[in-house]
Structure formats: C-alpha cells, structure tokens
Design a protein around this ligand. Structure first.
Ligand code: NAD
Length: 457
C-alpha cells in the first residue's frame, strides 16, 4: 500500500482534526489534576485571538493573486505570544490554532516567559520565486499590523520559512515602526541582523539533549546512550537534517531519512554529510548513491531503535501505529502522532517523548535571541548551548518525575478507575504516558500563574 493509501485508510479509522486532538489531550490532562478549577478549561483551550487576513500580491508574470494568512494568539498568561510562521498549501486555521496552543504548553514546560502563538500563509513555496515570497511576506506582515510586536507577539521560522523570511519580517516591521530598536520583533534572524548563535540548530539540538537526558534517567528503552542506536528520521529540513547530523555525531547510526519526495535507507548507516550535499544539488534525498529508496510510510515502520518524525502532523496514526517497531519515538515535529496512535503505542510499550518537550529547544534559543536583542548583546555559542542544555534537562526531569508520580498513583487507584475513563481509548489516563505527564505539569503551572494573577477585573 502507498503512503497516501495508508493515510486515506487511517482517516476513515480516526478523526484527525487537530482541534479535536487539542481538546482531547487537554481534557485528559485536566482529569488528572487534583482540584482543577473547571472554569479555566475554556480559557486554556480557546485561543485568545484568531486573525485571518486576505491580501493581493503581484506575481512575477504580472498577474495578481489573493493569499490568505493567519496569526493566532493562544494565551498570554506567561508573557507575549511566541510562535513560528509556516508557509504551506494545505495550511488551515484549525492547524494554526493547534500549533499556537502547543506553543503555550511548550513555553510553560521549559519555563520561559512567553505565551503561545502561531501563524502562516496558505501558499506553496515550492512553486514561488524568491521575489514572490518576499512580496508575500512583506504584505502579510503589513496586514498583521500591530498584532505582532516585541512585547505582544513575536514570530519565528517554521515549515518552509527560514532566516531570510525572518529578515524580511524584521525589515517590514522596521519600516512601519522607524527610529526604535525593533530587533526583538522576530527571532530566527540571520546572525548579522541580530540573530542568535545556535538558533538554526536549536530545535534539533534540544531534541538531542532531551533524548540523551531521558535515556540517562530511565531504563525503559533498553539502551542508556546513543552509541550504535539505529535511528530513522522523517523530514530532512531545518529540524530533521540537523537532528540526523547531531544524533550521528553523538554515536547513533542513521539508517534512514526522508523528505516530501520519499526516503532512503542503508542498514550500515547513512553518511549524513554526503546526503546533505546531495540534497543541496538535487533538492531531495532520494537517489543518494548506494542507498535503497523507500517511501515515507516504509520509513515509519522500519526496524530501528529511535524514530524521529520531523516533518508534518498526523504521520503516526491508527492505521500504522501497530506496525511501529522503534522502541522510542522522539517527536521533533509538532503533532506528528494522533491520539488514536498514542493509545496503541502505549499498549505496545513504545515510549514517546512528546513534541512540547522534544522541539522546545527552538523557542528556548528564540527567547535567548529576544533577550540579546533587548540588551544589544551577542552571546557566545558555548554559553547558549550550555543554557539550552540546562533548560531541556530540567524539563525532561520534570516530565519523568511527574510521569513516575502519576503512574504510581494510577497503580494504587487501579481498582477505583472510573469506568468511563477505562472505556475511552483516546484518553490514556491509566496508565499514563509521557505526553500526558508533560501536559499535566504544564497545565498545573499555567493554572497557578493564572490564579495568582487573578481573573480580570
Ligand atoms: P522545513 O521546512 O525546514 O523542513 C520540512 C521537511 O519536511 C522538508 O525536508 C520536507 O521535504 C519534509 N516533508 C514535508 N512533507 C513531508 C512528508 N509528508 N513526509 C516526509 N517529509 C516531509 O521545516 P522544519 O523547520 O524542519 O520543521 C519541521 C517540523 O518541526 C514541523 O512540524 C515544525 O512545526 C517543527 N518545528 C520546527 C521548529 C523550527 O525551529 N524550525 C521548531 C519547533 C518545531
């Protein structure tokens, strides 16, 4: 069966609407929080603001096209909104809302003073020229107006946007708000424009630090470091390609990687530098000499130790979860696993480090970039990596501790589990998975801050 046939079958098996995923996971986490103030559920779930803009752009051939863009501010209880900007033809407002909520959880989990936000434009960067992308970016940012700002909502890169896109965002904002230090309006900028050392690699590096810490702290996977551990990586962009490099440097054997056109496999381990060079000239990893071509569906089901989804959402679902052979899934992408798959993986003893923990390195170093911009400073790479490691280790320890406590509690209460909880296969409250433990720790923190600030007025 091809990847799209598997996905079509899975869509019949399971509702993959990301807004329902968000709701289900929040319900599950709040169920486990003692004394949760029920009145806060809607406040935590619903985005504070959803902005949708339509704007015209002149194309290279002189024609004019209308584009739709979004910016969602999910929650600002901890500070200004923070979140990437994605360019994708299938982008929907529901997806942006899901991703904005993920940012709220992520910032709270790693304890940085930001709320959650996300944005994007419905467009296909693969068929657009650099000039068209620049005009789309400038017009989109102009349409957002003061919805973004250094102290209100700060964009960053996400799928199919990069440091160049962030430079255009900065420049556009600067033109609209002259004669002040505007550098902190956007992160992920080029170094020479106030970008931070280590930001480009930060998401992948955070994923490495999270995995290493988790393996050190637990014996769940049967290996306690990355030496000779076989890793498959889905997605070979900013996050996936750098993760493949960093995991290989740490001793892992990268047996497979893929991009939107397909994947490659070599059981002896891929030479990641050679794959990067090939991708640069051929625009895909498919066809690297002396590798076997595989589909993205094959990659997910490979016999390996660690699977790193680093591309799209909803990749591991009810239709393929039972065939996943990896012992550990490291969610570098946002939302790559559906609730239906979570339940199957839990049942099958496949452990999963959740996205809000694994890919938080990006927003942590974005926060450092923001601080450096306010201070007119540029910190050394070593300092940034050291601070990032501390933050990620602390967050992993928090999740593992919480998971241990919730699991022990669940075991004690096993005989008293309410029947409705047992019946809900999408709400794996008992036993508890690492995703739920991370979300419980996060929500607890957000509730505490919300109640100590008080409900206005
Ligand atoms: P990117 O645009 O740099 O790369 C995306 C990669 O995924 C490309 O190689 C593309 O070919 C591949 N891809 C697209 N569709 C695919 C499919 N169906 N199957 C396999 N591969 C596919 O994007 P990125 O910045 O690396 O982001 C990847 C994921 O990481 C996204 O989920 C994003 O939200 C998440 N993330 C990124 C950052 C960041 O700092 N860039 C931070 C946190 C989370």
């Amino acid at each position: 069966m091809t990847g799209s046939e598997v996905l079509a079958q899975a869509t019949e098996l399971e509702d993959m609407d990301l807004s329902k995923t968000s709701l289900q996971r929040l319900r599950c986490a709040t169920n486990l929080l003692d004394g949760f103030h029920r009145g806060l559920f809607g406040f935590l779930h619903a985005p504070k603001r959803t902005l949708s803009v339509n704007f015209p752009v002149e194309m290279d051939d002189g024609s004019v096209q209308i584009f739709q863009g979004f910016r969602v501010l999910h929650n600002q209880i901890l500070g200004p909104g923070k979140g990437g900007i994605r360019y994708h033809p299938a982008l929907s407002v529901e997806e942006v809302q899901f991703l904005a909520a993920e940012m709220t959880w992520k910032c709270a989990l790693v304890d940085i003073p930001f709320g959650g936000a996300k944005g994007g434009v419905v467009c296909d960067p693969k068929v657009l020229s650099e000039d068209e992308l620049r005009r789309i970016t400038r017009r989109y940012i102009t349409e957002l107006g003061d919805a973004i700002g250094p102290n209100t909502d700060i964009p960053a890169p996400d799928m199919y946007t990069n440091a160049q896109t962030m430079a255009w965002i900065y420049d556009t904002y600067e033109v609209l708000h002259p004669r002040r230090n505007n550098r902190s309006v956007v992160t992920g900028k080029p170094i020479e424009l106030g970008g931070s050392h280590g930001r480009r690699e930060a998401t992948a590096r955070g994923a490495l630090y999270a995995t290493q810490r988790f393996l050190e702290q637990t014996t769940l996977c049967g290996f306690q470091d990355l030496s000779d551990v076989r890793v498959a990586v889905q997605g070979f962009g900013n996050v996936g390609a750098i993760a493949a490099q960093l995991f290989a440097e740490a001793g892992a054997i990268i047996v497979a990687v893929s991009d939107s056109q397909g994947g490659i496999y070599d059981e002896r381990g891929l030479d990641i530098e050679a794959v990067l060079a090939y991708k640069q000239t051929h625009n895909t990893v498919v066809g690297v000499p002396e590798t076997m071509s595989i589909t993205n569906a094959d990659l997910l089901e490979l016999d390996c130790d660690i699977l790193i989804p680093a591309a799209q959402s909803n990749q591991i679902h009810k239709g393929n979860a039972a065939r996943i052979k990896a012992k550990l899934i490291v969610e570098a992408a946002n939302g790559p696993t559906t609730p239906g798959a979570d339940a199957i993986l839990l049942e099958n003893g496949v452990h999963l480090l959740p996205d809000i923990l694994v890919n938080a390195g990006g927003v942590v170093v974005s926060y450092y970039e923001w601080v450096q911009n306010f201070e007119h400073e540029q910190w050394e790479l070593e300092l940034i990596n050291q601070k990032l490691k501390q933050k990620i280790h602390k967050a992993v320890d928090r999740v593992v501790d919480r998971w241990g406590a919730l699991s022990a509690e669940a075991e004690r209460a096993q005989s008293n589990v309410p029947s409705d909880r047992q019946a809900d296969e999408h709400c794996p409250c008992y036993p508890v998975d690492l995703r739920t433990a991370a979300l419980v720790a996060t929500i607890e923190h957000l509730v505490k801050v919300t109640l100590s600030r008080g409900i206005w007025p």
